[in-house]
Design a protein around this ligand. Structure first.
Ligand SMILES: [Cu+2]
Length: 81
């Protein structure tokens, strides 16, 4: 019983991770990122995150999801995520 629950939990977790990745390259998340970066207190990291997010937005506009995720990842790292 416990084993089955664990498997179900892990499957659900994997699914939500996959959905999260798909969810990041869209206008709603870009807006969320802008707001989160605006609240950052470290000016150097904020500049780094903004630059990475700009590249991510450019890739998204070009329809380059892989590039969008790559730069989004860099932005997240600069934000300490
Ligand atoms: Cu993001």
């Amino acid at each position: 019983m416990l084993k089955i629950s664990l498997v179900v939990l892990m499957a659900l977790f994997g699914l939500s991770q996959a959905l999260a990745a798909q969810d990041l390259c869209n206008d709603a998340h870009m807006k969320q990122m802008d707001e989160m970066i605006a609240k950052m207190t470290d000016a150097a990291k904020q500049k780094e995150a903004t630059a990475a997010l700009d590249q991510s937005k450019a890739a998204m506009k070009a329809g380059d999801t892989a590039g969008c995720m790559k730069h989004m990842d860099a932005a997240h790292k600069a934000m300490g995520l």
